[in-house]
Ligand binder design. Structure first.
Ligand code: MTE
Length: 322
């Protein structure tokens, strides 16, 4: 995704060529070639594909695994082949750490334990949950969901978690509550891209209360039968499979019931490209690319995009006029 926050020629001061380097004598052709091959080797070393063990180690979070795997719900099916764990760990979006897909290379400083999140705002029972309380208050189940990123890549993964509506029911919303606002952590010391003030940190997302209490909206604490790895949003994230992936906010610290439509990260960066609603819809092209097709992580298989990502049976009525 690209919010056009910085133009390629807008180099920060730290990347300007220092005057002494600009004025230094030029290397000979031989010196230049030697230096180029050394850099190429270095680059190849850095970009080496990680082993499965390296990937798992990069994303591992030291938390209680006794609730995993949870039993799989039979109500949801991909209708496609399940994505391979390695592919979904290797290719992720987590802008707090990097704009590249190789988030696993940038998360060693992220320490999501201990963790807590608050449910607050227009409700009768606001509450702060720590991780143990979350997984013991709400019975966990596994759901096979399709995921479609606005950038046209897609995956099919088994999330572990519980229905968001159970959390909202426990909070007991006031009649004035119309929206739910979600917020990710703000830890620039651990997530270096949060130092870049061109982005509206912290990452925020929002749903209408009707969307949030639809049975598909899911709070995930795990994936592939184990707690979430860091790059996939440890330790707790949202999953809304009928919407483009940017709505599925990661590493949540706050859920707020409110009477106003929340401002959201990508919509405030670029409202022409990323709407608040952001339902998967092949008939609405992105201004810079078509949304007619999607490709699967790993296999690169192509499919036609389906409205609501194929979940119309659950959610279409939410968008019917009147
Ligand atoms: N949540 C936060 N906090 N930060 C992000 O950058 N990226 C979003 C979403 N949630 C993002 C986020 C986007 S664009 C997508 S497609 C999904 O996470 C990707 O989820 P995955 O990396 O687990 O596949």
């Amino acid at each position: 995704m690209n919010g056009f926050v910085r133009r390629p020629w807008d180099l920060p001061q730290s990347l300007h060529t220092p005057l002494e380097v600009f004025r230094a004598p030029r290397p000979s052709r031989r010196e230049f070639l030697l230096e180029m091959s050394a850099s190429a080797l270095l680059l190849a070393g850095c970009q080496k594909a990680p082993t499965d063990q390296e990937l798992t180690a990069a994303g591992a979070v030291a938390i209680d695994t006794s609730k995993y795997p949870a039993s799989r719900s039979t109500r949801f099916e991909y209708g496609r082949t399940e994505s391979i764990k390695r592919d979904t760990e290797q290719f992720a979006n987590f802008y707090e750490f990097t704009s590249s897909k190789e988030v696993f290379r940038h998360i060693s400083g992220f320490n999501p334990t201990p963790w807590s999140f608050e449910v607050t705002g227009l409700c009768k029972n606001p509450r702060t949950y720590d991780l143990d309380q979350i997984v013991s208050t709400f019975p966990l189940e596994e759901r096979a969901y399709r995921h479609r990123c606005v950038e046209t890549w897609a995956m099919c993964v088994p999330w572990t978690g519980f229905a968001l509506r159970d959390l909202i029911t426990a909070a007991d919303p006031l009649p004035t509550a119309k929206y739910v606002r979600f917020e990710t952590f703000m830890r620039p010391a651990e997530a270096r891209q949060q130092l870049d003030s061109n982005y509206p940190w912290p990452y925020q997302e929002g749903l209408t209360l009707a969307e949030a209490t639809n049975e598909l909206a899911f709070i995930a604490t795990g994936i592939y039968g184990a707690p979430l790895p860091k790059q996939n949003g440890a330790p707790v994230r949202l999953v809304v499979p009928w919407k483009y992936g940017f709505k599925s906010i990661k590493s949540i610290v706050k859920i707020e019931l409110t009477d106003k439509q929340p401002s959201t990260f990508w919509n405030s960066l670029n409202p022409h490209e990323y709407s608040f609603e952001a339902n998967v819809d092949p008939a609405v092209p992105h201004p810079r690319w078509s949304q007619q097709y999607e490709w699967m992580l790993g296999s690169r298989e192509n499919f036609d995009t389906v409205k609501y990502n194929g979940y119309g049976e659950w959610v279409a009525r939410l968008y019917e006029p009147g």
